[in-house]
Design a protein around this ligand. Structure first.
Ligand code: CAA
Length: 259
């Protein structure tokens, strides 16, 4: 049982909801510790095939790290807070299951960084994105300076980081920060439909795609391509590869079991 996070498991999908709506789901230490624990719980739950992360209420996904908690921090405390939270977001990025962010409102600072640690972002038309840290005298501390340029390119990332400007969901889509924009009331159903589509595919193959992309993007092309060959080969050791290809040859729908 968590205080600041709702965790629901239904039909193979794990729903993580940041639940501090009175402060626009600001990420304080207690919430980040709970998020770490929730991610660990989901990562070890074999019944969960896809994860959806969202925010409670209609206004915010997460409006950033909790400023009231941070404002008295020393340099060393700030460093530890950043390192701890970076690790939590890396754990999300490295979850074996695909993770979809359903961004229902403000995704600012740590909130934008949380969305960027997910594999796929779906935004409500109401969503707003930004890294406003320079307006507070700091820089992004939960890997925003690293994930933002990887998603939108160096120039656009620097513009957003240097100005602290907020952008709407359509602009976020235009610069490839989000995968799609949907009417607010359809956000969770679209996220769920995507989760179900992913669930209908061979689970190990999906997980290995995730690993290959994540590992490959952190290295040079030749190393990434060599890694892909290893992982591609590994797929032939699964029952699902035999099933998937037999089903194609036999003109029937494949029944994947995740083995
Ligand atoms: N931390 C703590 N409290 C926050 C918060 C945050 N990041 N964001 C909002 N809140 C609180 C407000 O203080 C307010 O609380 P009270 O009702 O007790 O006054 C409540 O949430 C509602 O917020 P507002 O009244 O400000 O709502 P609004 O609609 O007028 O404005 C907003 C919405 C534009 C998102 C505005 O709240 C805002 O600018 N929030 C801060 C955004 C921000 O700077 N985020 C980055 C934080 S730093 C960071 O995240 C560093 C990092 O990289 C890890």
């Amino acid at each position: 049982m968590y205080k600041n996070i709702l965790l629901e498991k239904s039909e193979g999908i794990g729903y993580i909801t940041i639940n501090r709506p009175k402060v626009l789901n600001a990420l304080n230490k207690e919430t980040m510790i709970e998020l770490r624990d929730v991610v660990h719980e989901i990562g070890t739950d074999k019944d969960i095939k896809v994860v959806i992360v969202t925010g409670s209420g209609t206004k915010a996904f997460a409006a950033g790290a909790d400023i009231s908690e941070m404002h008295g921090m020393t340099a060393l405390e700030g460093r530890e807070w950043g390192k701890f939270s970076q690790k939590v977001f890396s754990d999300i990025e490295n979850l074996s299951q695909p993770v979809i962010a359903a961004v229902n409102g403000y995704a600012l600072g740590g909130g934008c960084e949380l969305a960027m640690s997910c594999d796929i972002r779906i935004a409500s038309e109401n969503a707003k994105f930004g890294q406003p840290e320079v307006l507070l005298g700091v820089i992004p501390g939960f890997a925003g300076t690293q994930r933002l340029p990887r998603l939108v390119g160096k120039g656009k990332a620097k513009e957003l980081l240097f100005t602290g400007e907020q952008i709407d969901a359509h602009e976020a889509y235009r610069i490839s920060l989000v995968n799609k924009v949907v009417p607010h009331e359809e956000l969770l159903s679209v996220a769920k439909a995507m989760a179900q589509k992913i669930q209908s595919c061979a689970p190990i193959a999906v997980q290995l795609c995730k690993v290959a992309v994540n590992e490959g993007l952190d290295t040079d092309l030749d190393t990434g391509v060599a890694y892909e060959a290893e992982v591609f080969g590994l797929c032939f050791a699964t029952n699902d590869q035999k099933e998937g290809m037999s089903a194609f040859v036999e003109k029937r729908k494949a029944q994947f079991v995740g083995k």
